[in-house]
Design a protein around this ligand. Structure first.
Ligand SMILES: C[S@@+](CC[C@H](N)C(=O)[O-])C[C@H]1O[C@@H](n2cnc3c(N)ncnc32)[C@H](O)[C@@H]1O
Length: 304
């Protein structure tokens, strides 16, 4: 098994020694870890790599509104829309809060017209609970099976129903790669959030997918992300699943989230690893991207 295939590789905690981190090629805590303030940069950078390989694609964002209403510089949907080259052709942005839906509409309307040589782009905004709206949208079969598709599930804690994750994972037919998922699993405050719930309205059950959600809370943080990762692998059938810690502060600190990346594409874990290390640095030039493409075995072909 190569290092990149080692499931422990990305799941190491901040307490892993600097020497071990270096040996495994993990970013050290002092080397720009991804922390909650800049997780949008990780998403932006990954999609920069993703489209370099696919040359097209659809972006779904289930919780698309800005984290902070007055601060849009670290807003995933905005950064991804502004990524160049503009290869992503279709955006489906879901959001429940009316003021955030308004912010999304403003963002859409502020996009410049396509430049010469760029593909047409569509940006759809869906107002309402994504757990209902995504299923309705998927039923329309708007996304072609062969279309490279990425979905961000940036919930705060328990908002994303497991049935929504299942619907996304089961969408593609005919042996095509499943919709790639970026699932945010809360860690830092999840016990506190759960202790305040009586679950009279069944939110925990919807989040976990059945009555067994207490199983999750009986585990330690590290084992929780492993259990979730196993669900993506075993219940949903994803070929590559890895959990990345998102820290509280620039110098490390507590793991606030686990970001679980689930994909069938063989190049995607390498690209995610690169994005995790490079997210806060200047973007690579076209020549550097061509080298990265060689590394993941995607040159000279340009479409998946
Ligand atoms: C963690 S924030 C998303 C942050 C965003 N990805 C960013 O980069 O800034 C979660 C968003 O999901 C929205 N939201 C919460 N529950 C939702 C639901 N059931 N359906 C759709 N949106 C929801 C919230 O209003 C909030 O805008």
């Amino acid at each position: 098994m190569g290092e990149l295939d080692n499931p422990e590789w990305f799941g190491l905690t901040p307490s892993t020694t600097a020497v071990k981190r270096k040996k495994l090629g993990l970013p050290s805590i002092g080397d720009r870890p991804i922390w909650t303030e800049n997780k949008a940069k990780l998403i932006e950078r990954y999609l920069y790599y993703f489209v370099w390989v696919t040359k097209h694609g659809t972006y779904i964002d289930a919780f698309a509104g800005p984290q902070r209403s007055n601060e849009h510089t670290m807003w995933a949907a905005k950064l991804v829309l502004e990524n160049r080259p503009r290869y992503l052709r279709n955006f489906h942005l879901f959001e429940k809060a009316p003021e955030s839906v308004a912010a999304l509409r403003q963002l859409r309307d502020a996009q410049p017209p396509k430049a010469r040589g760029e593909s047409e782009r569509t940006i759809h905004i869906y107002s309402g609970d994504c757990n209902r709206k995504i299923k309705e949208f998927l039923k329309t079969r708007t996304i072609r099976d062969a279309e490279a598709t990425f979905c961000l599930l940036d919930q705060r804690t328990f908002e994303c129903s497991w049935s929504t994750v299942e619907a996304l994972a089961q969408y593609k037919q005919g042996g095509h790669n499943k919709i790639e998922l970026f699932y945010f699993l809360a860690n830092g405050w999840i016990d506190r959030a759960q202790s305040k719930k009586s679950d009279k309205d069944g939110e925990m059950k919807r989040w976990w997918g059945n009555e067994q959600w207490q199983r999750f809370f009986d585990l330690r943080s590290f084992d929780r992300q492993k259990l979730f990762s196993e669900r993506f692998r075993n219940e949903l059938g994803y070929k590559h699943v890895r959990a990345f810690p998102i820290y509280k502060r620039a110098d490390g600190g507590a793991t606030l989230y686990w970001m679980i990346h689930a994909t069938d594409h063989d190049a995607a874990p390498v690209l995610m690893n690169a994005a995790y290390r490079q997210a806060l640095k200047v973007k690579e030039t076209a020549d550097q991207m061509n080298l990265l493409e060689c590394e993941v075995g995607r040159r000279p072909s340009s479409t998946p």
